[in-house]
Write a protein that binds this ligand. Structure first.
Ligand code: DND
Ligand code: ATP
Ligand code: MG
Length: 251
């Protein structure tokens, strides 16, 4: 894992230099993926890296773990509680939707707004510091489209996107991420009790096996194929309509 860590750190430095930026910022949730990215950005930019904790009715244990993550790599950090912001915005939207508000989609709409408020917060800070926003998607999440479009899926750089969840865990141990975070069940923490595997209906072991070209059960394969197909739109730029009448071509 030493080579992997060093290669990612070198790449992060190159990317920041190429963008004429000064450093890097990441959201730190107390989960595994952001813990790894927190350690990597600290290694890349010891004096120009920042971790942002953004509780939003979050499980207090996760925010305690996030605190231990930034301590474990001595990353500069700040906490911005988004609970009140989210409540104000979501209740205003609900009120204005009136009787067109769809109760069935309530939980997901609420959840995705959380991810997009975190994204907006990180970009506001990035602009302030002239930093780039670092994403935390791993290969399994990316392939499955298991992220909020323009929420946690939105970032300037994606340093761990070709690592399986197992590899992310190995890298975390190598980097010195606190053991309770390395061992924690992956969760988006967008609602109480949420876990990635329960929501997706398959396991990271199965997704990782599939990504490595190993056989998986028919049931797992069907879920993986379906989620990948249904989320193709998240991995591309938006479909564009081009009128042929005008001579402007913006690529
Ligand atoms: N074919 C298509 N072409 C173009 N756009 C299309 C589309 N189908 C949907 N869309 C658009 O995409 C939207 C749906 O996508 P999106 O908004 O992402 O929402 P969606 O995929 O429905 O939900 C996000 C999923 O990611 C999970 N998540 C989110 C955040 C963090 C984490 C984590 O692991 O920490 C996990 C979350 O639990 C949930 O399962 C639609 O509302 C629509 O606007
Ligand atoms: N409370 C939070 N504070 C700051 N950032 C957050 C918070 N919740 C989510 N995020 C950001 O959203 C990203 C996506 O969450 P996700 O759950 O996939 O990753 P994780 O929590 O780091 O790891 P795991 O998938 O193992 O739970 C996080 O990596 C982090 O950057
Ligand atoms: Mg998480």
């Amino acid at each position: 894992m030493k080579d992997t860590a060093e290669a990612i750190v070198a790449w992060l430095r190159e990317q920041v230099e190429a963008a004429n930026a000064k450093g890097l910022v990441v959201g730190v949730s107390g989960g595994l993926d952001s813990a790894v990215v927190a350690h990597l950005i600290k290694r890349a930019f010891p004096n120009d890296s920042l971790g942002v904790m953004m509780p939003l009715k979050s499980n207090p244990v996760d925010m305690e773990d996030a605190g231990e993550v930034v301590e474990s790599c001595d990353l500069q950090s700040l906490t911005i509680d988004l609970t009140a912001t989210h409540e104000t915005m979501y209740s205003e939207i609900r009120k204005r939707l009136g009787n067109t508000f769809n109760q069935q989609n309530d939980r997901m709409a609420d959840a995705n707004l959380r991810a997009r408020l975190r994204m907006s917060t990180l970009y506001t800070i990035a602009t302030n510091h002239h930093y780039l926003v670092v994403g935390t998607d791993n290969a399994a999440e990316w392939y499955m489209g298991y992220f909020t479009k323009y929420g946690d899926g939105a970032a300037d750089l994606q340093p761990i996107i070709d690592l399986t969840k197992t590899e992310v865990r190995e890298l975390a141990s190598y980097l010195g991420v606190p053991s309770q975070v390395v061992e924690k069940k992956p969760s988006a923490d967008l609602w109480a009790g949420q876990t990635d595997e329960a929501e997706m209906g398959t396991t990271y072991d199965a997704i990782d096996a599939f990504l490595k070209g190993e056989p998986v059960s028919e049931a797992d394969q069907a879920i993986i194929d379906k989620m990948h197909r249904n989320t193709a739109h998240k991995r591309t730029i938006p479909n564009q309509f081009h009128t042929k009448k005008r001579k402007i071509t913006a690529k």
